[in-house]
Structure formats: C-alpha cells, structure tokens
Design a protein around this ligand. Structure first.
Ligand code: LLP
Length: 427
C-alpha cells in the first residue's frame, strides 16, 4: 500500500479516522497527514539501500511541520535544509545538527554562521564564491567544517522544466570540468574539509536512468580526484525519487536501490540521500469542501473552499493530483487513482477555488461522481510541496494541518486567523 488513506464502508479514512470527522473538528480547507505513511516510506528507503547504510536526510522543504520533523528525527533521520529557517525548524524539532546537510545557491553570512554554530554535518556548496565565504567564516571561528561540492552532471531528468536542476543551463552546482578546478584549488584547506560530492538532478524523477548516468559521471570524477590525492569520502545523490500521484506511477525504493547499489559497491563512499517527496507526498491529503456548483457553457464548475494559495502545484507545474469525494456510493469506491477512472455514472467537472485568477483550478475536466454542495473532496498526494508552498494570497488565512496516528489525530498547525494576516503589519 502506498499510503494509509483508504475507503472503508464508502467513506475515506486516514488510518483509523474518518476524514469527515477531522474536517468537522478542524474545518476546511485542511491538510491531513498520516504518520504511518511517513514512517513506511522512510523505512522502505532505508531498507532498500541498507547495504550502503546511507544517512537519509529528509528534505525539509517538502513538508516541514515541526511535528513531522520530530517524528522523522525519532526514526533516526537526518535533514536536508536550504535556509536558516529550515535549520531552525529542525533544531526546534529536536533534530540532531550532526545529521543536517545544508544546500542552496544563496546562503547568507548569518545563515552560514548559524549553521556553523549549530555544528551541522556538511555544507553543500554551490559555487567558488560560496566556498570562499564559508572558508573565510570557518577560519574566523577557527572551526573546521565539512563540505561537499554540488556537481551539475548535465543529465536530463526528464521532469518539469521548473524542477529540473541537473542540466548545464540551471543555476545549481558547478559542471564537472569546473569541479576538477575547484577541488584542485580548494581541496586542501585547513578550515574547510571539501571531501564530498553532492548531486541533485531534479524532482520528481520517475526512472532510475538519470541517477545512473549522473552517478557514473561523478564516480569517474571521484576516481580521478583520488588519483591526485584528494580524498573524497562522501557521495550525496540528493532527492527527487518519485511518488505515486497516480497508482503505480513511481518506481519503488527498491528499484532505485537496485540500479544504484551495484555502482556504489566497493567505492568506499559514505552515501547520503535527500528524499523529500518520496517520503512526504503520499503521506498527505488536502481536504476541501464544495461550496457551489455552477454551469458555464458546457462546463460544470465545482467551486470549493480550497484554492491555489493552499495548493499551488496544479497551476504552477500543471501537476496532476487525484481528487475524489470522501463519501461515495458503492459504485464509486476507488482503489486505482488514475487520470480517467472507468466507473459508471461519472461526470466531468472543473474543480476551482475562490481566488480571483483563472488559474485557480485544482482539477480540470475531471471525471467525478456526481457532486453536491457540502461534499468533502480529498486531493491526494498533497503532502509534499503542499502546505509549505501555501500563501495568504487574497488574504486567505493558511489552512490547518492535522497529523493522524492510528486512531488518534492532532491539529499540528492551527488554522491562521484574520489577526495572523495583519500581525506583522501593525506595531
Ligand atoms: N535535495 C535538494 C538539494 C533539493 O533541491 C530538493 C528539492 C530535494 C533534495 C528534495 O527533492 P524531492 O525528493 O522532494 O523531490 N516544488 C516542486 C519541487 C521542488 C523541488 C526542489 N528541490 C514541486 O512541487 O514539485
């Protein structure tokens, strides 16, 4: 099972709790997470790569509520952060700084110092200028910090152009040719131990081939560097592993591992992984209530209380999120989340939010069971890049977040209030 959201007696449950019961208490729109799903995906990855005993650094940006970070820290997870704010979250959640890796092309001085003070495991460095900055700050503190150079291997991850990072024309990392020069110049510094290579080629990547290509390229580089006396100890292959937006879409963790482990065997490299979506995406749903039905020409619009400020992926990336009512007739209990369900009596709808933009659409031309005002709709695979990318656009307070664990649930972020909307604008 890819997640713990399932229909029982024609009603959607999050683990052992009816989704409607949560919506009644927490109101809508609301993000609902399943603790068991988070744990399961973390463990699957850990088991798949067990031979390499990787350090799994969960990517905080995908879903960073402190309750979720705490749960993952308890499983032994490390964390991939990209800002001082994310590092703060991890530390607040009790995550160990010694298992934090820090990426990002624009780390500020104060963020770098904050990470040094915390004692993070590794800076994932994106440019020579950043290397100079980190080296100088480390020397100033008489501290030796570990760093990895983010290498851009120039492979095509075949994903959306906005989330493709490992090709030459993106802003991330340095190309392999330049990496040689960077190691030659900065590979033997007193306060900066540049002993790792970092990759992150894009997200989501629903095949193993781009990883294989990228890893082969950097293994050649590592061998070359080692011949020149530069010790490379760590290989971080980043994140980007797929999630099931439709049933069976993403390769299982085992498949990535089977493709990569043979390349890594005997290389004497500490392996780091930075999964975000593959752990968090299927662990969350976004639940919204239908307000009105409206006929527009041939179309039926289902106007709901959730909008692009809550979940921006459909408009930003043309992302497909499976969406289905939480209470259905026996004919419409669904197990296969696909683009065009083959069930009797479905009708086409555009599911749209209240925001004043044409793009404010959660689902277009979607075949759904007949809907009526008051129905709850669940948007699946919304755990990653859902709440974290939400905004207050149109002065809409952000949604609540709820964490379900077995037969219990807890509001782990209260719904924002109107007061929250202006809290930073008044003295
Ligand atoms: N490591 C680094 C350095 C990253 O930049 C990212 C994601 C990850 C790990 C985790 O990738 P994941 O395993 O979650 O795919 N907002 C977009 C995705 C942006 C990904 C940014 N970097 C979306 O909603 O699809």
């Amino acid at each position: 099972m890819v997640d713990h959201f399932h229909y029982r007696h024609q009603e959607l449950y999050a683990e052992q709790v009816p989704v409607a019961a949560i919506a009644d208490q927490a109101a809508t729109p609301v993000y609902i997470y399943s603790a068991a799903t988070f744990r399961e995906h973390y463990r699957r990855l850990q088991q798949a790569f067990a031979e390499c005993a990787p350090l799994i650094c969960y990517s905080v940006k995908s879903c960073g509520n402190v309750h979720i970070l705490r749960m993952l820290a308890e499983l032994g997870s490390g964390f991939d952060v990209v800002s001082g704010g994310e590092l703060y979250r991890v530390l607040q959640a009790g995550g160990p700084a010694g298992r934090v890796v820090y990426a990002g092309v624009g780390k500020t001085q104060s963020e770098i110092l904050q990470a040094m003070e915390a004692g993070i495991a590794c800076f994932n460095i994106e440019s020579e200028a950043e290397l100079e900055a980190v080296g100088a700050l480390a020397a100033g503190r008489k501290q030796t910090v570990r760093a990895a150079l983010r290498v851009n291997p120039d492979v095509d991850p075949r994903t959306h152009r906005h989330t493709s990072t490992g090709q030459k024309e993106t802003k991330f990392g340095v190309d392999i040719e330049r990496a040689r020069q960077v190691f030659a110049r900065y590979g033997r510094q007193p306060h900066l131990s540049l002993t790792g290579i970092h990759l992150h080629i894009g997200s989501p990547i629903n095949s193993t081939e781009p990883y294989v290509q990228a890893v082969k390229k950097v293994l050649d580089l590592i061998a070359e560097l080692r011949r020149e006396g530069i010790a490379i100890e760590t290989l971080n292959i980043g994140g980007g592993f797929g999630a099931d937006y439709t049933t069976g879409q993403a390769p299982a963790a085992d498949l990535y591992a089977e493709a990569l482990i043979p390349l890594l065997r005997g290389q004497d490299l500490e392996l780091i992984l930075e999964p975000g979506r593959s752990i968090s995406a299927n662990a969350g749903i976004f639940v919204t209530r239908l307000l009105y039905l409206k006929q527009g020409g041939e179309k039926t619009f289902a106007i709901v209380d959730g909008a692009m400020n809550d979940l921006i992926r459909p408009v930003l990336y043309d992302a497909f999120h499976f969406l289905w009512p939480t209470a259905v007739s026996p004919d419409h209990v669904i197990t296969n989340r696909c683009r065009e369900p083959d069930l009797p009596g479905l009708r086409p709808y555009d599911v749209v939010g209240p925001i004043c933009e044409t793009g404010d659409c959660l689902a277009k031309d979607r075949l759904l069971p007949p809907l009526k005002p008051g129905d709850l709709l669940a948007v699946f695979t919304a755990g990653a890049y859902g709440f974290v990318m939400s905004s207050q656009y149109n002065s809409r307070p952000r949604a609540a977040e709820v964490l379900v664990d077995s037969d219990r649930f807890e509001i782990i972020r209260r719904r924002e209030t109107y007061g929250d909307l202006i809290a930073h604008e008044i003295a």
